[in-house]
Design a protein around this ligand. Structure first.
Ligand SMILES: [Zn+2]
Ligand SMILES: [Zn+2]
Length: 315
């Protein structure tokens, strides 16, 4: 179990308490989220203590990839600690089963228990953001693709976070100027580390950052158009829950997607991003009521795809 004195856990508890008091309807979602966030805090801690990094990437190569619009972690050789991450997929299924997904999640768990999905390739496919492979495999097995995708994502997200930190925030080292420059110049709405869309943007003083929904990377929002389709700012409008509210939803008439813009006093730690996402649910509802949605993962054409099959059964 996570150390009860973990500052992150204390911060999470305080946030949940405030959120549950302000919005009692969120109690079931908070209860489910507690399990996930607690495990994420613990897993990041354990991953940071591993001798072998999840991946190794030279700053110069990372910068070259960014300048070619390729997320830095894409296509790299991974050393995912399956013994550590694999059980998290099973636990995520259990939590989803008891948290409202019921039999649907239980069927995914049963499929995993039966060994019909190779956990290592599932984790790799999730890390690579290969939703198509996971969807095909789930459909083939007759289980819910969204549940399998979510369970794998919850398990491997901490590894993606630790991996992007080794590239973009190396401990005790200055980030190479070539990589800083390439990151600052990144002109896309998808994450320069893993290629996912942001969970939301954080507006901090006069600067805006996007926060990756998967690996948690923070990068400058350095263009005025739509985060998703790149349409010009004239296509964008804003909606907020109440006049004067610091948080808002940025709506794009071009692609029909929205981005939450949250005003913060400091960047949210990776482990606590889901809490702020949940805390701003009213903006999701507001955007949905106006006909806007969150887009599916960007299709970045590659790298090579993994079939997510149970390799043991084919040997
Ligand atoms: Zn990312
Ligand atoms: Zn758009």
């Amino acid at each position: 179990m996570t150390c009860p004195t973990s500052p992150l856990l204390d911060q999470a508890q305080a946030r949940w308490t405030a959120l549950g008091t302000a919005t009692p309807d969120l109690a079931p979602a908070i209860a489910l989220q507690r399990a996930f966030v607690n495990r994420t805090i613990e897993t990041v801690d354990r991953l940071q203590q591993l001798d072998k990094p999840v991946l190794e990437l030279e700053p110069g190569l990372a910068a070259t990839k960014l300048r070619a619009s390729t997320p830095a972690l894409r296509g790299e050789v991974l050393e995912l600690p399956v013994d550590l991450l694999g059980p998290l997929v099973f636990q995520a299924c259990d939590d989803l089963a008891s948290g409202g997904a019921g039999e649907v999640a239980q069927r995914v768990r049963n499929c995993l228990d039966a060994g019909r999905i190779d956990i290592s390739s599932l984790l790799t496919a999730s890390f690579e953001r290969n939703q198509a492979a996971i969807r095909v495999k789930a459909t083939h097995e007759g289980i819910a693709p969204d549940v399998l995708w979510l369970a794998a994502e919850l398990a491997v997200g901490p590894a993606a976070h630790v991996a992007q930190q080794t590239v973009f925030a190396p401990r005790g080292e200055q980030l190479a100027s070539t990589l800083t420059g390439a990151l600052d110049a990144w002109p896309h709405g998808y994450c320069p580390a893993c290629g996912s869309w942001p969970a939301f943007a954080e507006d901090l003083d006069a600067v805006s950052f996007l926060r990756c929904s998967f690996c948690g990377l923070q990068w400058h929002l350095n263009f005025a158009g739509c985060t998703y389709c790149g349409n010009d700012p004239a296509q964008l409008s804003s909606a907020s829950i109440a006049t004067g509210s610091p948080h808002r939803a940025q709506l794009c008439r071009g692609c029909g997607a929205y981005l939450k813009r949250l005003t913060v006093t400091s960047p949210t730690p990776f482990e606590l991003l889901p809490i702020e996402d949940l805390a701003s649910t009213d903006l999701d509802i507001l955007a949905a009521e106006q006909g806007f949605g969150r887009p599916s993962l960007p299709d970045l054409d590659g790298p090579e795809r993994y079939p997510c099959e149970n390799v043991k059964s084919t040997r």
